[in-house]
Design a protein around this ligand. Structure first.
Ligand SMILES: Cc1cc2nc3c(=O)[nH]c(=O)nc-3n(C[C@H](O)[C@H](O)[C@H](O)COP(=O)(O)OP(=O)(O)OC[C@H]3O[C@@H](n4cnc5c(N)ncnc54)[C@H](O)[C@@H]3O)c2cc1C
Length: 381
């Protein structure tokens, strides 16, 4: 077994790190204060191919593998988790289902625009009364000639303020539970579709999170993504793959927290010695490093299995659960090593601590990952 990355993967890492250190790191605090990743950054992400990493080249994407995407996500997240959230939604939650389930016309229409960043996408599954229990959604889609008429509300939708296309789930057979869900591509500006106010969040504060309202919104029937009543499968397969990106985001945040703690522990003097001279601090750093490396290996394993065409449901949940949990633990330890300064906005660890928290919640909470893992173990997946 060879744990070394290929030259191509190393190149992805160097390029992403270079971009993140030059363009994101110095401005991440400013993005947060302005509650937005600025348009010029989105343009640069598009130019670098990061908004269409796994989209096939024939549709304008990079055609890279999942491991490359994982590495890019990790490096961007070390500098700015808000920026990596935009990248993750675009690649994992929007382009993936279109590439997997789209008709040739849908792929030709949407993928080139998304892959270059001309359009940003969003994914609308969660509703005010259903999150983990996604099949409990209330939004309906009723067929009317060549249209589906959508009614309902989606909540907590990332990228909503500026996305041009939304992957939206609705019930086409409300009696049939998860076998009555269908998936639609809804374009911004479709009559009857409006985007609500921004949520005021704890972390990833430069991302946009809004409600979506559908009031007799007529969506052309050619915008059905996948088969009617098979949309729940689209949602679940999309999230299975998407979890690898969130695991990578958590690894990146945790690595950044470790980097900051290591630096600070060697600079800060207490009782006449650098903090790093105290064994209690050394042990903390050693535990942080062990957790980050273990999370990274689990994440790369999940990406590798997906790239190898093997079943990866278990591995993506293992990676997402562990990486998300340790990102919070490592960020918390980094704040502790910074003492009072860790609680102050000027110090990066304060943002990392807040940003880490979301990875345990979105794309399936940690509890939901445990349910998936247990089902896989017990043969009930
Ligand atoms: C910043 C942000 C961005 C988001 N972006 C998107 C997006 O782009 N698109 C989208 O569709 N959604 C998005 N979400 C929604 C997110 O995926 C949900 O919040 C998440 O899935 C949890 O759903 P919920 O909030 O309804 O919590 P609930 O499902 O109500 O869960 C509440 C608590 O109960 C636990 N729980 C629930 N069921 C069980 C069970 N069976 N066993 C054990 N514990 C259980 C949960 O783990 C959680 O701890 C986003 C959320 C946030 C905060």
């Amino acid at each position: 077994m060879d744990f070394r990355l290929s030259e191509e993967h190393e190149l992805f890492r160097r390029t992403a790190r270079d971009f993140a250190q030059k363009e994101l790191e110095p401005r991440a605090k400013e993005f947060e204060e302005q509650h937005a990743v600025p348009p010029e950054i989105l343009r640069q992400l598009g130019e670098l191919g990061y908004l269409g990493l796994m989209v096939p080249e024939e549709y304008g994407g990079v055609g890279a593998d999942t491991l490359s995407y994982t590495i890019v996500m990790e490096e961007l997240s070390r500098a700015c988790a808000s920026t990596s959230t935009v990248v993750s939604v675009q690649n994992s939650l929007v382009e993936f289902p279109i590439a997997e389930f789209g008709t040739p016309e849908q792929k030709r229409k949407y993928l080139p625009k998304l892959a270059t960043g001309e359009w940003i996408g969003a994914f609308g599954l969660t509703e005010p009364e259903s999150g983990s229990d996604a099949a409990g959604m209330k939004t309906t889609a009723v067929r009317d000639g060549d249209f589906y008429v959508l009614n309902g509300t989606k909540r907590f939708i990332t990228n909503a303020a500026f996305a041009q296309v939304f992957v939206v789930f609705a019930l086409t057979d409300p009696e049939a539970g998860n076998k009555g869900v269908s998936c639609f591509l809804v374009e911004r500006g479709t009559p009857g579709f409006t985007v609500g106010e921004e949520e005021d969040k704890m972390g990833i504060r430069a991302t946009s999170t809004c409600e979506l309202f559908f009031e007799d919104c007529r969506v052309p029937s050619e915008n059905l993504l996948g088969e009617e009543n098979r949309g729940f499968k689209v949602a679940m397969l999309t999230l299975d793959a998407g979890r690898i990106g969130i695991a990578a985001q958590a690894v990146g945040i945790a690595q950044a927290a470790l980097d900051e703690a290591l630096k600070y522990a060697q600079e800060r003097v207490a009782f006449g010695k650098p903090l790093a001279a105290f064994q209690a601090i050394q042990f903390k750093l050693a535990e942080m490093k062990t957790k980050v490396e273990a999370a990274r290996l689990l994440t790369y394993q999940a990406a590798w299995k997906k790239d190898a065409g093997e079943d990866y449901i278990l591995e993506s949940s293992l990676a997402k659960l562990y990486a998300a949990e340790i990102a919070s633990e490592v960020a918390d330890a980094a704040v502790q090593i910074h003492g009072g300064y860790g609680y102050i906005r000027d110090y990066k660890v304060e943002r990392l601590y807040r940003d880490a928290r979301i990875t345990r919640i979105y794309e399936g909470t940690s509890e939901i990952q445990k349910l998936i893992i247990a089902r896989q173990l017990l043969g009930r997946g």
